[in-house]
Ligand binder design. Structure first.
Ligand code: HAM
Length: 403
């Protein structure tokens, strides 16, 4: 038997219903915030991710589905959605058009990670990217949108926020941190020693307990922000307070992608185990420039759909649509015609095997239909149908054309 690849799942019943419900809910909310749908390719040039997500990140360094295609191009399955959207934004000269552009997308992402609960090699994200707003108000709006989506799905969460500074304060902080790491060289783990050379701030979210204890003493970016970043972060907190959205400031929240500046955030759930981040994002004011576009401020997020599935509280399944069946083979053509007419505006499922009333009612119940419609010899001769409303439990015989 051929099986799916490790870490790559099918989305089948009963999860498919939750998956679709998630997309419907998130899409409706994103539209309410003025975002419109975009698609970008699953396969992109490898350079795109090297230059955006960053060569020193785990995603690019260890987790890419990268290969040379038949035309000798170095390509890679997208590990995330932001880079492709920014590439499309620049390629289509939207950076030159000016104004504000708000997009949402959803689809599969690929990371060659070690699969475990909540960590897949193919997973699905729902993401939003906003271009052209140089204001922390947009950051708050984006965070509020995620809170709206999670709340609409009945999911409780904790929000962690941090500021990663900008080109004015981050380089100085990085130097201070490297100075601190130099002093404690013999106490940091191998990974951190490597990160010190490639991307020092990533040491802050090291999973090694000894490192974490040490880094309690490390200089904090929060204490070294420039005036503009500090004031934006203060506004962010104030607006979240005013909006009634609870948050924790986590000075070690650095995110696993290199393109962020200023606001960074993560939504976590305490109900799903070790892989607890259900959404993450932040501001990336320099990325459009890094990908050869005109400098454009931007902020966005992505939700990991699989991690949410088990947390979604579905609305009570209401009965809907029609189940139709015949009691004898001669009545089946009429049922088929009725079904075609009714499908112009309703869900109709037809049972082809002629059966008695009781069996049909069972079938209608099994698919959660609202109405069970049956034609037998009498109904056929009189141009009528037997119909039962399975919610109100009322039944009647009515002319077929009044259905
Ligand atoms: P990210 O934090 O790498 O950010 O991923 C966002 C979410 O995708 C995570 O919080 C998690 O729920 C889910 N996720 C990530 N990796 C896996 C995995 N291996 N298996 C299952 N779920 C996973 C980004 O991707 C950024 N592009 C977000 C963004 C958009 N920032 C600005 N705009």
């Amino acid at each position: 038997m051929i099986r799916s690849l490790r870490g790559m799942n099918d989305i089948l019943p009963p999860d498919n219903v939750r998956f679709e419900y998630f997309l419907e809910t998130a899409t409706a909310i994103a539209r309410r915030y003025g975002f419109s749908y975009v698609e970008t390719p699953l396969l992109e040039e490898t350079t795109l991710f090297k230059r955006s997500v960053g060569e020193s990140s785990d995603i690019v360094g260890k987790e890419m589905y990268q290969f040379i295609d038949k035309g000798e191009n170095d390509v890679c399955l997208r590990p995330e959605g932001t880079a492709g959207v920014v590439r499309a934004f620049v390629q289509n000269k939207l950076d030159r058009a000016g104004g504000i552009h708000r997009y949402f997308y959803h689809g599969p992402m690929f990371r060659y990670e070690r699969p475990q609960k909540g960590r897949l090699r193919e997973f699905h994200q729902f993401g939003c990217e906003s271009f052209g707003v140089d204001s922390v108000y947009e950051d708050v709006t984006i965070i509020t949108m995620i809170a709206d989506i999670l709340t609409a799905l009945g999911i409780s969460f904790r929000l962690k926020i941090n500021s990663l500074g900008d080109q004015h304060c981050m380089p100085q902080y990085r130097e201070m941190l490297v100075g601190f790491l130099d002093k404690h060289e013999e106490h940091i783990c191998e990974d951190c020693a490597r990160r010190k050379a490639t991307n020092p701030i990533r040491v802050l979210d090291c999973k090694n307990d000894k490192c974490q204890i040490l880094y309690q003493e490390a200089p904090k970016l929060m204490d070294n922000l420039c005036e503009a970043c500090e004031s934006d972060f203060a506004t962010l907190k104030q607006l979240l307070d005013e909006g009634g959205i609870a948050y924790e400031v986590d000075t070690h929240l650095v995110r696993g992608l290199d393109y962020y500046s200023k606001t960074a955030f993560e939504f976590v759930s305490d109900e799903i185990g070790a892989q607890s981040a259900v959404a993450g994002g932040g501001r990336y004011d320099r990325l459009v420039e890094f990908l050869d576009g005109r400098a454009t401020p931007a902020v966005g997020f992505a939700i990991g759909i699989e991690r949410l599935l088990e947390l979604i509280k579905m609305p009570e399944a209401l009965r809907h649509g029609y189940y139709m069946g015949a009691m004898d083979a001669e009545s089946l053509p009429q049922i088929m015609q009725l079904a075609r007419d009714k499908r112009t505006g309703d869900t109709v499922v037809v049972e082809y095997a002629p059966k008695g009333l009781k069996a049909h009612l069972k079938g209608a119940d099994r698919i959660n239909a609202r109405y069970c419609v049956v034609i037998g010899e009498n109904e056929r001769n009189e141009g009528k149908v037997w119909i039962k409303d399975l919610e109100t439990k009322t039944e009647s015989v009515i002319p077929a054309d009044q259905l």
